[in-house]
Write a protein that binds this ligand. Structure first.
Ligand code: ZN
Length: 98
């Protein structure tokens, strides 16, 4: 995937739409029923898990099953407040702690 390609507004709109559909799918319901955050591994009630794009749509990420994961509130807000680089460092740190 070429991350240097900026997605057009139209692409972003389409991927957001797909994400909405994915959220309603049985596949997603099964994912959140497991009640585990993809990033930190914390257990969370399904209703507190949000659909997160590993590669954000704004950076060319797609709303595919491979790119959409359940994220707890904490990771979600942390991811939004950090630069992509800082977020990767945070993930590396999590993995080395496990
Ligand atoms: Zn988490």
């Amino acid at each position: 995937m070429d991350l240097s390609l900026e997605p057009s507004e139209e692409q972003i709109r389409r991927e957001r739409e797909k994400a909405r559909e994915l959220r309603k799918s049985q596949w997603w319901k099964n994912r959140i029923a497991q009640g585990v955050c993809h990033y930190c591994g914390a257990e969370a009630p399904p209703k507190e898990l949000t659909l997160d794009h590993i590669v954000p749509i704004s950076r060319g990420g797609k709303s595919t099953r491979g790119n959409c994961v359940p994220s707890c509130k904490e990771c979600n807000s942390r991811k939004q407040s950090l630069l992509p680089m800082e977020w990767e460092e945070f993930l590396d740190k999590l993995q080395s702690e496990q």
